[in-house]
Write a protein that binds this ligand. Structure first.
Ligand code: PLP
Length: 376
């Protein structure tokens, strides 16, 4: 039986072209980019070129890109970077953020910051009005993700950006699940800080970047060398940066085609479930192409995931970072506080490069057959 991967929101397979772009850098470009000799200069060139391309692909300037070890570090650098010097103040975020934001903000609370967590509507999105209402005079930071990683629901980042134009708070958005799917142009969105990750777009793991708009003061989280314009000390991961550059390039070339394809996969997946008379409901509205979160009536997430695994269908319950613990998802709990059933019976399926129309439909048939067996 062929294994079918429907967990691209957790991570994606690395494109062959990305690996091919990285190999010569591993072999030949081993200098330290901070060294002034030719070995160092060669590595510096790889970094500079990647920074140019990565910046251009989101409409940013090169100085506005800070390479990090991934989305988590980019989120942390944004959140602690703008609050560190202040020591106190008010922060607005949502109760459906990834833990890279929620746990960072919880640490700020311990330091003395006051935090307001805006709850989503049952459709999975917070409203810009609710975020606006949460603002105070002493609000120093607003952090609202672009696309939720568990439900795929888009958040009203544009509107929030507009609302913040007349407020001094910095606006951070976790764009990890938006990259590769949404059109991101920082010239058109009033955000100050955006966090990205390479491994969600068929790039290597352990690399990402933070966009920090020129003029936004950032206190570094690591102390050491003067890399990344003194905002992130430590020798750069040159090989992974090269892989990220290639993944971004491929993402840009194929984004629209990919999105159309993933939309079709999602439709096919859901129509097979309907044909097979599975009783389900989709959690969230206005979702991105690659993610669908489904509540299966009369089911239990743990039993379902174990059976999916036996039938070689890889999906997950909520965020991969919490998978294995089977605690009710904080995102679904926030969306459906009065519906404990939904928190216990929902699974996320996410589409991407490891899929085609055939294996998506086959996965849906396996899911349906497991559902029927468990529902007897
Ligand atoms: C929305 C979101 N933010 C942040 C992260 C963390 O990114 P990374 O794995 O690169 O640290 C993830 C990954 O699961 C994510 O989905």
């Amino acid at each position: 039986m062929e294994a079918i991967y429907l967990d691209h929101a957790a991570t994606t397979p690395v494109h062959d072209e990305v690996i091919e772009a990285m190999v010569p850098v591993y072999r030949e470009v081993y200098g330290n980019p901070s060294s002034i000799h030719q070995y160092g200069r060669k590595a510096r060139q790889v970094l500079d070129e990647a920074r140019r391309k990565v910046a251009a692909s989101i409409g940013a300037g090169e100085k506005e890109i800070i390479f990090t070890s991934g989305g988590t570090e980019a989120d942390n650098l944004a959140i602690f970077g703008v609050t560190e010097e202040l020591g106190e103040g008010h922060v607005v975020t949502t109760s459906i953020e990834h833990h890279a934001v929620l746990h960072a903000v919880a640490a700020l609370e311990k330091q003395g910051f006051d935090v307001t967590y805006v709850a989503p509507e049952p459709d999975g999105a917070v409203t810009a009005e609710a975020v606006k209402e949460a603002l105070r005079e002493d609000t120093v930071l607003v952090s609202v993700m672009m696309v939720n990683n568990e439900t795929g629901v888009r958040q009203p980042v544009e509107e929030i950006g507009e609302a913040l134009k007349n407020h001094p708070a910095y606006f951070h958005s976790d764009a990890v699940q938006a990259l590769g799917i949404e059109n991101i142009d920082v010239r058109e969105t009033a955000v100050d800080l955006l966090a990205f990750s390479g491994h969600k777009i068929n790039g290597p793991k352990g690399i990402g970047f933070l966009f920090a708009r020129e003029g936004v003061p950032l206190t570094p989280m690591t102390y050491g060398g003067e890399q990344e314009r003194k905002r992130r000390a430590g020798t750069e991961n040159v090989q992974a940066v090269k892989g990220l550059e290639k993944a971004m390039e491929m993402m840009e070339e194929n984004r629209e085609e990919n999105v159309a394809q993933y939309e079709n996969y999602k439709k096919s997946f859901l129509s097979v479930l309907e044909e097979e008379e599975v009783s389900f409901e989709v959690n969230g509205q206005n979702t991105t192409a690659a993610i669908v979160n489904i509540s299966f009536h009369n089911m239990d997430v743990e039993t379902m995931l174990t059976n999916f695994d036996l039938e070689k269908v890889a999906a997950s319950s909520g965020s991969a970072c919490t998978a294995g613990s089977f605690e009710p998802s904080h995102v679904l709990s926030a969306m459906f506080p009065d519906d404990p059933e939904r928190m216990r019976n929902s699974i996320r399926f996410s589409f991407g490069a490891a899929n085609n129309e055939t294996n998506v439909k086959e996965a849906a048939r396996r899911v349906a057959s497991i559902y029927r067996r468990l529902n007897k």
